[in-house]
Design a protein around this ligand. Structure first.
Ligand code: LLP
Length: 428
C-alpha cells in the first residue's frame, strides 16, 4: 500500500512521530493534523528528481491546495516558488516571505482591479485571454513589460470532470490557433512575453497525459517562436501530479516521470531551437496532499436501513467526497491493525443526505468514541472548508518529529459573525 499510514506497536496511528489519539485528546475533534517532514520530503523528492535531469528547473507550489501560513513558510524555506490564482493568494505569498520574482499569477476571468493589484506587487502575470491582454495594456505601460500566456494544449486529464482543464470544454487558456497571434499582438503593444504555460488538470497518476501535454506545449511554443521574435525564459507545464488515495493506487514513480518529461522537454527544445529555457511545474496536491489527516470522532452508531457510523464533522470541513465523489481512505486510529469486519456508511453531521465520507466502507468493528483518521486531507481540504451549518472551522496542528504545535486555532461561535452587520433598525 502506498498510502502514507504509520502505526505503532499498539495498533494506534501515528503522524510525525506522535500518536494521533494523543493529539485528539489534547485538542478535541474535528482536527486537521499536518506532518511537516512529509511536506519537506515531498518537495525534495520532486525537486531532486527533476534537477537530476534538467538543472534549469523551478517548482511553483500551487498554494490553492493549502494556504495555511505555516505550510507556506515550510515551502518557502524549502526554496519553492508559488503559483497564485487570486490576488488573495498573491497577498498571502508575499506575507509569508515569497519575494515577487518567486510568484507567478495565473488568474482566470481576472478583473482590472486585480490586474492592477498584481502589477503593483511586481508579480509576473500569466494571461489567460485576449481580453486580459487588452485590458492590461491600458493598466500598465506595456513597454518591455514581462508577461506570459496560458495556452490550452488540447490535452486534458484529471480525477473528475471538474478537474480537467485542457480540451474543448475548458474555460482555461488560449486556443492553439490563436497562440501566435496573441504573442504577436502582445509584442506589437510593446509587451515582452517571456513564457508559456499550460495546466491540464488535477489528480493524475499516469505519466501519459503529461507526456502528451509536454509535447503539445513545446510544439505550440515552437510554432510561436517561428512566427514571432521571442526568447522563452520559461515553459511551465502546470501541476496535476496525483497521489494515491486508495490502497490500490500506486505512487507516481517520480524519478522515471522526471526523466521522461525532461527528456521530451529537451528534445523538443532542440527540435524547435528554443534555446535554454527553465522548466517550471506547479504541483499542489503532490506537495501537501498526503501530509495531512482529518481526525473526527464517532459519536453515533445507527442501525437504520444501512449501518451508519456518525462522526463529529461533515462536508463543511472536507468537501471532496461530496463534491467529486472522491475516495478518502479512513482508518480507525485506535484500532488500525484490527481486522476489517463490517461494512458501514461513514456519515457526517451536516444536515444534507449527501454528507457522507464513505459508503459501504469495510472497517474494523466500530464503537461510539472511536477516533477516525481521514487520510490525504492536506490538499483542497481546509482550503475548501466552510462554516456551513454554522459550524466554526476546526484547528490545524503541525507535527514534526514528536513536536506538536497549533498553527490555526479552532474558530469560535463569534467568528461566525465576522464582518456581518445587523442594520440598526433590526437590532434588538
Ligand atoms: N496550476 C494551476 C494553474 C491550477 O489550476 C492547479 C489546480 C494547479 C497548478 C495544481 O494542481 P495539483 O498539482 O494540485 O493537481 N479541488 C480539486 C482540485 C482542483 C485543482 C485546481 N487547479 C480537488 O480537490 O481535487
Amino acid at each position: 500500500m502506498d498510502l502514507n499510514l504509520k502505526v505503532n506497536e499498539n495498533g494506534d496511528m501515528i503522524i510525525g512521530n506522535v500518536d494521533v489519539n494523543e493529539i485528539a485528546d489534547l485538542y478535541g475533534t474535528p482536527l486537521y493534523v499536518i506532518d511537516e517532514e512529509r511536506i519537506r520530503n515531498n518537495y525534495k523528492r520532486v525537486f531532486n528528481a527533476f534537477t537530476k535531469y534538467h538543472e534549469k528547473f523551478r517548482v511553483f507550489y500551487a498554494c490553492k491546495a493549502n494556504t495555511n501560513l505555516a505550510v507556506m513558510r515550510i515551502l518557502e524555506d524549502e526554496g519553492s516558488s508559488i503559483d497564485a490564482v487570486s490576488t488573495g493568494e498573491v497577498y498571502t505569498s508575499l506575507k509569508t516571505g515569497f519575494t515577487p520574482e518567486r510568484i507567478l499569477f495565473t488568474g482566470n476571468n481576472v478583473k482590472d482591479d486585480e490586474l492592477k493589484f498584481v502589477d503593483e506587487q511586481n508579480v509576473l502575470i500569466n494571461l489567460d485571454s485576449i481580453s486580459q491582454l487588452e485590458r492590461l495594456a491600458k493598466i500598465v505601460n506595456p513597454e518591455n513589460y514581462k508577461i506570459s500566456f496560458r495556452v490550452n494544449p488540447m490535452v486534458g486529464a484529471g480525477h473528475h470532470e471538474y478537474c480537467i482543464t485542457g480540451g474543448i470544454m475548458s474555460k482555461f487558456g488560449i486556443k492553439e490557433e490563436e497562440a501566435s497571434n496573441i504573442y504577436k499582438k502582445a509584442i506589437k503593444l510593446g509587451f515582452k512575453p517571456i513564457g508559456m504555460h499550460s495546466h491540464i488538470g488535477s489528480g493524475i497518476l499516469e505519466p501519459e497525459p503529461f507526456k502528451l501535454a509536454t509535447k503539445a506545449l513545446l510544439d505550440i511554443a515552437g510554432n510561436v517562436a517561428s512566427d514571432v521574435d521571442i526568447d522563452f525564459e520559461f515553459l511551465d507545464l502546470g501541476g496535476g501530479l496525483g497521489v494515491p488515495y486508495t490502497p490500490e493506487e500506486k505512487l507516481l514513480d517520480i524519478d522515471k516521470f522526471a526523466e521522461e518529461i525532461t527528456g521530451i522537454f529537451k528534445s523538443k527544445i532542440k527540435e524547435h531551437g528554443l534555446g535554454n529555457p527553465y522548466l517550471y511545474i506547479e504541483p499542489g496536491r503532490y506537495l501537501v496532499g498526503d501530509a495531512s489527516i482529518l481526525l473526527t470522532r464517532v459519536n453515533t452508531i445507527k442501525n437504520s436501513y444501512r449501518r451508519f457510523v456518525g462522526v463529529d464533522t461533515g462536508f463543511n470541513t472536507l468537501l471532496r467526497p461530496v463534491m467529486y465523489g472522491s475516495y478518502h481512505h479512513i482508518v480507525v486510529a485506535n484500532k488500525v491493525n484490527d481486522e476489517e469486519v463490517e461494512k458501514v456508511d461513514v456519515a457526517g453531521n451536516v444536515c444534507e443526505s449527501g454528507d457522507l465520507f464513505a459508503r459501504d466502507r469495510i472497517l474494523p468493528k466500530i464503537e461510539e468514541g472511536d477516533l477516525l483518521a481521514i487520510l490525504n486531507a492536506g490538499a483542497y481540504s481546509f482550503s475548501m472548508a466552510s462554516q456551513y451549518n454554522s459550524r466554526p472551522r476546526p484547528a490545524e496542528i503541525l507535527v514534526n518529529n514528536g513536536d506538536i504545535e497549533v498553527i490555526r486555532e479552532k474558530e469560535t461561535y463569534e467568528d461566525l459573525f465576522n464582518k456581518q452587520i445587523v442594520p440598526k433598525r433590526l437590532q434588538k
